[in-house]
Design a protein around this ligand. Sequence first.
Ligand code: ZN
Ligand code: ZN
Length: 387
Amino acid sequence: MKCQGAVLRGVGRDWEVEEITLDPPREGEVLVKMAVAGLCHSDDHFTTGDMVPTPDMVALMEATGAAVPEYFPMLGGHEGAGVVEEVGPGVRSVQPGDHVALSFIAACGVCRWCVSGMTYLCDNGAMMLAKEMVTDGTTRRHVGDEDLTAMAQLGTFAEYAVLAEESVIKIDESIPLDAASLVSCGVTTGWGSGTVGVGTQPGDTVVVVGTGGVGINAVQGARAAGAAAVIAVDPVDFKRDSAKFFGATDTSPSIEEVFPLVQELTNGVMADRVVLTPSVLPPEMVLPALMLTRKGGTCLITGVPKFEVNMVPLLLVDLLQSCKTLKGLIYGGLNPRASMPMLLSMYRNGHLKLDELVTRRYRLDQINEATRDMREGRNIRGIFEFA
Ligand SMILES: [Zn+2]
Ligand SMILES: [Zn+2]
């Protein structure tokens, strides 16, 4: 079938909305008519090149035998929700008409990591940026005579998506699809980071650095996990104001300025948990974040650094002697198939704010404008609505 999709042809280029071709779903695959897709900073990491290896790194990866994905042309989008239109043979978890949220990891459910409750580490993650389907290793998405990489095996920036069954999670039909789209990446990642990811306990002091579409949900999560103080750090006034609405007890415009505040709030003990969710993680943020973290505390890296970062200033003796944990995590350490329905039921019961996360709604052909709004800090979340 043919439909409109947003395609990126290289670093530094604009998104181009054009006709793409999707093959019918084969065994274990599902065709979804997209209703809503969210624009996440990780989409922009490919337009800026932050998540694309430099030529030097490609050479290094090739020399070590690592697979180097062919990133472009890329069909963007890894957050979204829609309605199942058609299923291929052997699909059991959904049928046509079902409402689904999409998972940016097509977790297989049977590998060592999945069965250990760490589906975010599923071996299928190695194919997140492959042109081939995780199902049978052949391609389904094309533009002209080229095969498309679909971001995270999804490619939600299109009217339709052909997906592995593992990428779709059935949700209750009473849930609005824009709310379902939000839990597809940003909310789950942020909420998980602020709760189980960083290990928040009742009474903790938690600092969240960067309160955009992911960090704002770390604020909500930390508060729900019982944190006594949740301090939101963001240079943008509007984001600090939003953070207060979503549960922050205090705010600060920068990591430097938050020090005296955390010292005062904790009688010098410092923060139990620090969550780093900036748009792009600068390596020089790690040391001050660890200095904000109390002894025995945890500092969590959720925001994406530039691909080429391989030197990070650290005070190793403090990391050792103060028994601090510096941790990296994707999907907030949650299991999408369990967590998305859980978060959506919290939303339905009024315990999780989702509608208020949407700053602006766009048509897909406004994608470059939406990207500019995100870069300039005007949005908590911008979403695309499909007719
Ligand atoms: Zn994302
Ligand atoms: Zn797995």
